[in-house]
Design a protein around this ligand. Structure first.
Ligand SMILES: *[C@@H]1O[C@H](CO)[C@@H](O)[C@H](O)[C@H]1NC(C)=O
Ligand SMILES: *[C@@H]1O[C@H](CO)[C@@H](O)[C@H](O)[C@H]1NC(C)=O
Ligand SMILES: *[C@@H]1O[C@H](CO)[C@@H](O)[C@H](O)[C@H]1NC(C)=O
Ligand SMILES: *[C@@H]1O[C@H](CO)[C@@H](O)[C@H](O)[C@H]1NC(C)=O
Ligand SMILES: *[C@@H]1O[C@H](CO)[C@@H](O)[C@H](O)[C@H]1NC(C)=O
Ligand SMILES: *[C@@H]1O[C@H](CO)[C@@H](O)[C@H](O)[C@H]1NC(C)=O
Ligand SMILES: *[C@@H]1O[C@H](CO)[C@@H](O)[C@H](O)[C@H]1NC(C)=O
Ligand SMILES: *[C@@H]1O[C@H](CO)[C@@H](O)[C@H](O)[C@H]1NC(C)=O
Ligand SMILES: *[C@@H]1O[C@H](CO)[C@@H](O)[C@H](O)[C@H]1NC(C)=O
Ligand SMILES: *[C@@H]1O[C@H](CO)[C@@H](O)[C@H](O)[C@H]1NC(C)=O
Ligand SMILES: *[C@@H]1O[C@H](CO)[C@@H](O)[C@H](O)[C@H]1NC(C)=O
Ligand SMILES: *[C@@H]1O[C@H](CO)[C@@H](O)[C@H](O)[C@H]1NC(C)=O
Ligand SMILES: [Cu+2]
Length: 591
């Protein structure tokens, strides 16, 4: 109980600080406690049963509901058979990287048979977020939505919908996902594709043995519904649409947008989108469709389509088949996908203002590449017997043995290097289609982080490339922050002309952004959240291949600008690594 009391105290202290600094200050933010039981149990899809890890035996997992400004404590009991961590995707968790969760970045995995309590602090987020496993590829089955309602006494910046519904899009593998990952990473080749996609856990009518369980969203004529859509798929962007109904996008990543009415959305892994849909068509059944958007060169994606049914209540003759959308964008329609993404704007209203950093103090230009690394006797399954890898500025990220946060906090050397480069060492024609020689394909593995001083204003230009002929869009996700997307374009970024077109007026504020295929995107944020924060491609396979780095944001010198101390218990790291560092063992004993 000591932990809880302590946590509560810190929360109250943090709350006072937060109120001092913010205009909107909900006097009645609450603390909630949750229990997550991670267990293996059987699930049957596509006529095939498998045992898989879930939270509370549910797929997707339980929904967490809070109001803006609340804090939750989640006691995670790992009753599975391997180590796991849980991440609170899109929650800034100010000063509290200890509650963020990515394995070997902010903690080591929770060993089977033990539990760990994470403190998760909501502040400015409002809308839809999600939680998911952040270890191995376990998030395939361990994920769920987070609903952040407006603080009491405030409302949505759009008419109150009649009802709300959560829509979680995910990947389904008939095989065990842990086996899939181990096999993929040990062979060094491409990853097997998923066998299906799911909408709220169900693949839908287009797959075998799925018709009886297809997810049905029951609606009443004339009512308006808020759909909170989460893309929890492992490696797949989707076009999402409802036959004969437009949707109005009003938010995403727990920020509000200017309303955007469209027949379809494009949603990338990691993103959430809040859309309104009015049941204003003739009584009937209409397919809800999540179909792949894939702009890569090789035919390397699961071609299947998940469906659910938007079903009107009432007295009418039900059709033998629901209506299917007349027009679905082609799977590779980059123009249509970019058009959608580029139209998204922040509200930029007095109630929901933007605060884009204007004076940039740290500029980074990050070249996003697929790569390869040599294998003994060219024995791997990638090109030329190499192992497939990925990188940022030619650096392939490798997980350390002790998480970066504890290594930083306890001053342990040898687990990471603070020298992640701000620019690539070599400039070349990044979008050229002949980037196949070893001097551009072979990367440099290691655990490198970028250190930022408190309050630095950071601009990152992500440059997509065609190295290894594997140009495709990459959904880059940053932990601990939301960032403004001030620009996005095709080709190689021009640092003289492109900044002239930046949107500093109403750019969207997000936590995940698709970097266009053979194009670039620019984000800005202020480094006002001290801690250790991961940044990575949200395609799981690219994350495992090393398309990652982490930021260490230093403290600002005062208590309110410093990260909190660790909770009384953290999951243990590999003991041998610690034994090499007796000081840290002592520190841990002393606490
Ligand atoms: C998970 O299951 C446990 C045990 O049945 C229950 O106490 C807990 O409330 C559940 N958690 C959630 C978030 O639903
Ligand atoms: C799960 O399914 C396997 C076979 O696929 C079976 O052996 C096992 O008994 C099942 N477990 C439970 C708890 O039903
Ligand atoms: C583990 O769970 C028990 C029982 O729910 C709880 O009392 C304890 O505080 C938890 N320990 C940690 C480290 O979260
Ligand atoms: C991956 O695909 C290969 C070829 O189809 C198959 O032999 C292997 O069993 C698959 N592995 C997993 C884990 O699904
Ligand atoms: C959907 O919006 C398009 C314009 O984007 C419009 O042409 C079409 O009529 C609308 N469809 C419905 C069903 O409202
Ligand atoms: C449904 O409509 C049919 C035909 O219009 C009518 O015969 C029937 O009584 C209606 N049923 C109900 C429950 O209203
Ligand atoms: C999309 O794919 C089709 C068929 O595979 C191909 O003909 C077309 O050129 C592709 N379009 C783009 C923009 O790559
Ligand atoms: C870079 O490569 C692209 C695609 O091959 C080509 O169109 C462009 O002319 C090249 N640019 C330069 C400066 O060589
Ligand atoms: C890689 O090697 C090729 C051929 O030797 C050369 O043309 C190219 O400039 C080199 N690229 C880099 C980035 O060093
Ligand atoms: C990437 O790093 C590797 C290993 O240090 C080096 O051989 C290669 O030339 C580098 N490539 C680029 C484009 O900097
Ligand atoms: C602009 O890009 C060029 C390479 O294309 C580079 O040499 C130069 O340093 C960059 N300027 C700034 C201000 O980043
Ligand atoms: C950080 O920036 C804010 C303004 O955004 C300012 O009020 C604060 O004093 C700065 N803190 C430090 C430690 O620089
Ligand atoms: Cu990627």
């Amino acid at each position: 109980m000591k932990l809880m009391n302590m946590g509560l105290f810190l929360h109250v202290a943090g709350f006072v600080v937060c109120c001092g600094m913010m205009l909107h200050c909900a006097a009645d933010s609450k603390v909630h406690y949750h229990e997550f039981h991670l267990t293996e149990s059987n699930f049957t899809r596509l006529c095939s049963t498998k045992t898989m890890l879930t939270v509370n035996e549910s797929f997707p997992g339980p929904v967490i509901r809070v109001r803006k400004g609340d804090t939750i404590y989640v006691n995670i009991h790992n009753q599975g058979s391997y180590g796991v961590t849980i991440h609170w995707h899109g929650v800034k968790n100010p000063r509290n990287p200890w509650g963020d969760g990515p394995e070997y970045i902010t903690q080591c995995p929770i060993p089977p048979g033990t539990n760990f309590t994470q403190e998760v602090i909501f502040t400015t987020e409002e809308g839809t977020l999600w939680w998911h496993a952040h270890s191995d590829w376990t998030r395939a089955t361990v994920h769920g939505a987070i609903v952040v309602l407006p603080a009491l006494g405030t409302t949505y910046p759009f008419p109150q919908p009649d009802a709300e519904e959560i829509i979680v899009l995910a990947s389904w593998y008939k095989h065990d996902v842990m086996e899939l990952m181990t096999e993929t990473l040990s062979r060094g080749g491409t990853a097997n594709l998923s066998d299906a996609f799911t909408i709220n856990g169900q693949p839908g009518d287009l797959y075998p043995c799925s018709k009886e369980t297809t997810y049905r969203l029951m609606v009443d004529y004339g009512k308006t519904y808020l759909l909170r859509i989460v893309n929890a798929a492992q490696n797949q962007d989707f076009f999402f649409m409802i036959a004969e109904h437009n949707v109005t996008v009003v938010g995403g990543d727990a920020s509000y947008f200017k309303p955007l009415t469209t027949p379809y959305i494009m949603i990338t892994p990691g993103e959430t989108m809040d859309v309104l849909v009015t049941a204003d068509q003739p009584l009937g059944e209409y397919y809800i469709v999540a179909t792949p958007y894939f702009d890569g060169g090789a035919d390397d994606y699961d071609h299947s389509t998940a469906t659910a049914i938007f079903e009107y209540r009432g007295n009418y003759t039900h059709p033998s088949t629901p209506s299917f959308p007349y027009h679905i964008p082609a799977y590779n329609d980059t123009v249509v996908a970019s058009l959608f993404t580029n139209q998204i704007r922040s509200l930029a209203s007095p109630e929901h203002p933007v605060d884009v950093p204007l004076d940039v103090t740290t500029r980074m230009y990050l070249v996003v590449t697929m790569n390869m690394l040599p294998c003994p006797n060219d024995s791997c399954a990638g090109p030329d017997g190499y192992r497939i890898a990925a990188g940022l500025n030619n650096k392939t990220f490798e997980n350390p043995k002790v998480d970066i946060l504890q290594a930083y906090y306890w001053n342990l050397s040898g687990f990471y290097e603070p020298n992640f480069p701000d620019q690539p060492l070599h400039y070349f024609n990044f979008t050229s289609d002949d980037l196949l020689s070893n001097n551009v394909t072979v990367s440099d593995p290691g655990t490198r982080v970028k250190v930022l001083n408190y309050n630095e204003t950071v601009e990152i230009v992500f440059q997509g490339t065609d190295v290894m002929n594997s140009a495709e869009n990459h959904p880059i996700h940053l932990h601990g922050y939301k960032f403004y997307v001030v620009g996005r374009g095709q080709g190689i970024f021009n640092n003289v002309t492109d900044p002239k077109n930046y949107n500093l007026y109403d750019p969207p504020e997000l936590n995940t952004i698709p970097i266009p295929k053979d194009g670039w995107a620019t984000i800005r944020f202020k480094a006002s959240n001290p801690g250790v924060w991961f940044m990575h491609c949200h395609f799981d396979r690219h994350m495992s291949w090393g398309m990652d780095t982490a930021f260490i944001v230093k403290s600002g010198g005062t208590a309110e600008t410093s990260m909190k101390g660790p909770p009384a218990y953290m999951p243990p790291c590999d003991l041998e690594s610690f034994l090499g560092s007796k000081d840290s063992m002592l520190l841990r004993e002393d606490r």
